[in-house]
Design a protein. Structure first.
Ligand code: DGT
Ligand code: MG
Length: 241
């Protein structure tokens, strides 16, 4: 059974080590298809929240629920199938382009691989590789540009069709044209899914349904871009200051 993508945190406290709490009383409500952005300075707890959505660690206090079901009661394989992750630097392994995309769904057909690549905007550059989808990648995809690696990461996430997505946007800049291609692939990937994004681009943040501003493990502001601009608090400072 796959989850629909309703994710709730109730009064969540968490620390990696005993005695040092890094998330305090975090509340969060994501409806299926909503886009939630996390912003805040380094060490604020953005990655930690996504770690908990993934159940990489047990929480100390509070509740995390998927579709109303306690996260601890969800079978590991169901949770894994429900979650897609696109990280800043995706690990590519030695193997063909197709194999690297299929990693997101091991039993995917060739047609599914191509469909995912097209959705991700990766099909174009793949067609131009000497062996197309059968081109061998070595050295963690070292022969590809950063943008191309991101497109493969998007294809890999898309092929599994997960209801919930976690994105950690790249901070490093790629050229404007590539950026537009990556953004379009990303927009298609996000369509219809619950998305948690550690956002670095203002465009991503602005388009989110809810922006959560974190500071030292607490959510200090939440709302839409317009709400938070009107509030003239931390978010306003971050993005206009
Ligand atoms: P970033 O990525 O630099 O913008 O920062 P965030 O917002 O992603 O921060 P995060 O969640 O990585 O760290 C929050 C706090 O937790 C910070 O004090 C560092 C600490 N922390 C993060 N990961 C670990 C870990 O694996 N073990 C321990 N002991 N502490 C960690
Ligand atoms: Mg982080």
């Amino acid at each position: 059974t796959r989850v629909l993508g309703d994710v709730v945190f109730e009064n969540v406290d968490f620390g990696y080590t005993e005695g040092k709490i890094v998330l305090h009383d975090v509340a969060l409500y994501a409806k299926p298809g909503q886009k939630i952005a996390f912003v805040g300075s380094t060490g604020a707890g953005k990655t930690t929240i996504t770690n908990l959505i993934n159940r990489f660690y047990p929480i100390m206090d509070g509740k995390i629920r998927y579709d109303g079901i306690n996260i601890n009661k969800i079978h590991k394989s169901d949770l894994r199938q429900s979650l897609g992750i696109v990280l800043q630097d995706t690990h590519l392994f030695t193997g063909t382009v197709a194999e690297n995309i299929r990693y997101g769904k091991l039993d995917a057909t060739d047609e599914e691989v191509i469909k995912a690549a097209k959705l991700a905007n990766a099909d174009g550059f793949i067609q131009h590789l000497p062996e197309g989808y059968n081109s061998i990648l070595t050295g963690d995809g070292g022969s590809l540009s950063q943008g191309q690696r991101q497109l493969l990461a998007i294809a890999r996430a898309a092929i599994a069709n997960p209801p919930v997505l976690i994105l950690d946007e790249a901070t490093s800049s790629i050229d404007t044209r590539t950026e537009a291609i990556v953004q379009q692939g990303m927009d298609r990937l996000m369509e219809g899914r619950t998305v948690f994004v550690i956002a670095h681009r203002l465009s991503t943040v602005k388009n989110s349904d809810v922006i959560m501003v974190l500071e030292q493990g607490r959510i200090i502001e939440k709302g839409s871009h317009n709400d938070l601009i009107m509030q003239k608090g931390k978010y306003y400072q971050l993005y206009t200051g």
